[in-house]
Design a protein around this ligand. Structure first.
Ligand code: ATP
Ligand code: MG
Length: 442
């Protein structure tokens, strides 16, 4: 059974129970209430008599009890009263008192907590009471039937409409989900409502979008890796062929390009491994409060010989003597190393690289901010949004010539974000580039 059938079925059952409940209440329950009321009413008459006659049944045989019970219509009941000792004090009826006492309904008359007699009747209601009861119950049965019937019909119609309204968006979702399941990730379902269905539809669209992106990233990655592997492999292959054709002893300089490409290949494999780990959120971070001043100094010392050779001035500007960030020093060294090698790579001789450390706060958190600014070639504004994508290079030929693979910034970004920090870039073609890394403070 589909959801609509189930919902409608549930509503129909509900309507049925409400109707049955209504009749049960009006007919059965009210009947019992009437019976209790008439019983109490009859018993009360005897109680009043007993009290009014100085707590005795004196003269009871004389009383026309029916006078008190029936003002308008004759009371056709059989009634007997027995004293607490069991003597018949009063009897009125057509048959004999014995069978009434044996078969009739009974109730005790209690005055001041003591049982003073027992009443026996063939029925509790008088003729007048009976008519009243009949009138009330009959009118409830006939007139009252309309209310639950009408309510039931309205409820069922409403249920029909409501179940249709509830299940229709689901029906629209099913074919879309089936398409997504078989890989048609371009499917988008229009969001027409703001209720839960609208939210589910929105989430589904978002999921399809993410899947599409992941699929594209996967395809691109495979293509990029294949592309990156091809050049070094063909260089190695060419060199090997030359060596084989020569058939002589191999001079070391012939092996040099092969070694270069092998190094390049192992760096690629290593970088990809790190990047994949970081992207999957599986990067092991060994965090501790780390002073960024000596950490940066160590990297600068490493790059100094090359900088001196190319007459690039490395300027440090540390307004603080010590700034602790809560980071994995090994990973963060890699981040700054990537940024500084980029700055060196894309800055020509006589240029300048400035490194600044500042203490900043962002959204109530304290950050250690490190900016690396160069006076290099700069990056055009339209390239900036893709700069941190893997294998992205501003200029393919330029990068190949300068040896980059386009993974350095992607790794830097992933590593920084793994520390719950963030990285930003500002650049102007011909003037230089500034990268700023914000890392949470210890
Ligand atoms: P890898 O770092 O993997 O060896 P790469 O340096 O080419 O290679 P990224 O560090 O990711 O790759 O940088 C991506 C691209 O961004 C570079 O190819 C370069 O074009 C540009 N770029 C990065 N830093 C700078 C900079 N400081 N000045 C100018 N261009 C830059
Ligand atoms: Mg780089």
């Amino acid at each position: 059974m589909n959801v609509r059938g189930k919902l409608f079925g549930a509503m129909a059952v509900l309507v049925f129970f409400v109707t049955v409940g209504y009749f049960g209440a009006t007919q059965g329950y009210l009947k019992n209430r009437f019976e209790d009321y008439f019983k109490a009413k009859t018993t009360k008459l005897f109680e009043i008599y007993y009290k009014e006659h100085d707590n005795s049944w004196e003269g009871i045989e004389e009383i026309k009890i029916s006078d008190a019970l029936e003002q308008i219509s004759p009371d056709g009941r059989e009634i007997a009263l027995l004293s607490s000792e069991g003597n018949i004090l009063f009897f009125r009826g057509s048959g004999d008192s014995g069978s009434l006492i044996q078969q009739g309904k009974r109730n005790t008359v209690i005055v001041n907590g003591a049982t003073v007699g027992t009443i026996y009747v063939d029925r509790w209601e008088s003729t007048e009471d009976y008519l009243l009861k009949k009138y009330v119950l009959d009118s409830m049965r006939t007139q009252g039937l309309r209310v639950p019937t009408l309510t039931g019909i309205v409820a069922l119609l409403l249920g029909l409409w409501l179940t249709k309204k509830l299940t229709e968006p689901l029906k629209r979702l099913i074919p879309a989900i089936q398409k997504i399941a078989v890989g048609e990730l371009h499917v988008r379902i229009p969001v027409t409502t703001r209720d839960e269905f609208g939210k589910v539809t929105g989430a589904l669209n978002h999921m399809a979008q993410q899947l599409l992106r992941a699929e594209e990233v996967r395809k691109n990655l495979t293509a990029d890796v294949a592309h990156e592997l091809r050049t070094p492999l063909s260089i190695i292959q060419c060199n090997m062929e030359v060596i084989q054709e020569g058939g002589r002893d191999i001079p070391p300089e012939t092996l040099l390009p092969i070694q270069d490409e092998v190094i390049r290949l192992s760096k690629l494999v290593d970088d990809l491994h790190q990047l994949t780990l970081a992207e999957a959120g599986k990067l092991q971070l060994d965090r501790s409060p780390t002073d960024l001043v000596p950490l940066l100094d160590r990297i600068i010392d490493m790059l100094k010989p090359e900088a001196e050779e190319r007459h690039i001035d490395i300027v440090r500007s540390y307004p603080v003597q010590k700034l602790n960030a809560f980071v994995d020093p090994h990973r963060i060294t890699q981040v700054f190393y990537n940024l500084l090698t980029n700055a060196m790579r894309y800055t020509s001789s006589g240029g300048k690289i400035s490194i600044r450390i500042t203490d900043s706060s962002h959204e109530e958190s304290r950050f250690a901010s490190v900016s690396i600014e160069d006076t290099g070639i700069g990056i055009a504004a339209e390239q900036l949004p893709f700069l941190f994508d893997r294998f992205y290079r501003v200029e393919e030929s330029r990068a190949r010539h300068t040896g980059g693979m386009g993974l350095g910034l992607a790794i830097a970004k992933e590593f920084v974000e793994a520390h719950r920090g963030f990285i930003s870039v500002q650049s102007e073609v011909g003037r230089g580039t500034q990268f700023t890394v914000h890392l949470p403070c210890a």
